[in-house]
Write a protein of this length. Sequence first.
Length: 516
Amino acid sequence: MSRRSLAATLGVALLLAGCAVLRPAVPRVPSSAIAPGDHTTLGRVFGAQAVEHTGHSGFQVVTSAQAAFASRAALADTAERTLDLQYYSAGDDLTSNLLLQRVVLAAERGVRVRVLLDDVHATTRAFARRAAAAHPGIQVRLFNPFFFGGTWSVSRLVEFMFDGDRLNRRMHNKLWVTDNAVAMVGSRNLGDEYFGVHESANFNDVDLLAVGPIVQELSRAFDTYWNSAAAVPLEAVVVAPDVDEGDRLRQGLQARAQACDGAPPCQWIAAGGLVGALRSGSVALTWAHAQAIYDHPDLDKAAVASGIEHGMRDDQPSGSSTQRELLIVSPYFIPEQDGRDHLADMVERGVRVAVLTNSLASTDSAAAHAGYARHRVELLRSGVELFEARPEPSISHRRLHRWGRASPSSLHAKIVVQDRTRAIVGSLNQDPRSRLHNTEGWIAVESPELAADLAELFEEASDLHHAFKLELEGDRIAWKTESDEGISRYDVEPSTSVWLRAWRKTLGALIPEHQL
């Protein structure tokens, strides 16, 4: 049997089997965020503060994994009316289950909970099922779900072969909104690796905790996704959990929390300091004008203009809105030709353009790194500064290192800082997948204070004690870094094997760049 015939046979078998899995039509009842105001504690406290800062929203940069986890737990614990969660991926691990338990407790208090998850990862669907089983008041929807593939990777691959145009479009947004009063937006998903407690590898991310009018914009974005045609109720895809499954799940969540054995996330929840700060409104905030920007879930996505990637939406291809400096943090940095020309033009006008991305040693995607690697020489020749994060298993930092614990880690934050007066934080990677396929969401903040804080973070992370700086030596790249022994230079990718470099080259040849 030919490979094509085998695929067709498998596809038909899956479709026939899937008919028994796909549920009958489920009512898609639209819903929306509650009106902002004084009907919740958070609404009263931060609404009063917003009145003192007319037209501005309040922000706090959240860089540490501990603060990121504790903030989400506190936002679940302080919810009185609504909780809205929108994530690309979620795990089946300690931090995911601890947060789910806080969400269940909120539902038991009568809080309306809406959970919208992308369905590209089987672990995320498992989280979706646990959330739905844990409490009947938790509503769960999946974005562009696999209708027949279930959680088995092979069957998902076959379904993708038959419905690739739809399934290639993924919801990459990350958002948590409590009572339409406080939100967290940024680059973190839900899972141990995003909160610094994974046994082998962790992601370094940045979030913004937000209050004020920007939260209402984010809630409108969530409602747009929740009520879109692409958001399918979980019970339309899988058999709804029964009462016994729900009882077992709640008991399991409770047992896991009680048997935490002093694990850091349990200690962070027990500390509970942020709950009081939220209820009293004593959270330290920077107030500024801001705008929430997001892709529409039901519309075909055109290429993101280079101005959105590398500055702001009003930034023309000439880069006229950027006057002095552009700092970019992106784990996967694959600018298209227009973007590379844009950056080169900015450098020619005297703008400093500096990029921090992953090294081959730190990336979690050798394929994406292959797309980036083929453009490095061109970028360096045009004057763009390139820095690559390096794994730091044992380094002693010169001060508290805000990019995470000193352990093997991968850069995952997505940040743009323009002239140290404007900053963009969200889910948008500087790569073709974010430009062409995934839906994304981000916040643009006009604040010299917040931009300066993020610029300082960039300078710290790109310091030679923490990163490799790339330099051209003729037509070849050299990597420079620093340790207690002094400056080191490499003429091949540092801290990598010949096999990893060969694997990257193979992936780069096999996978089209527009899919990276």
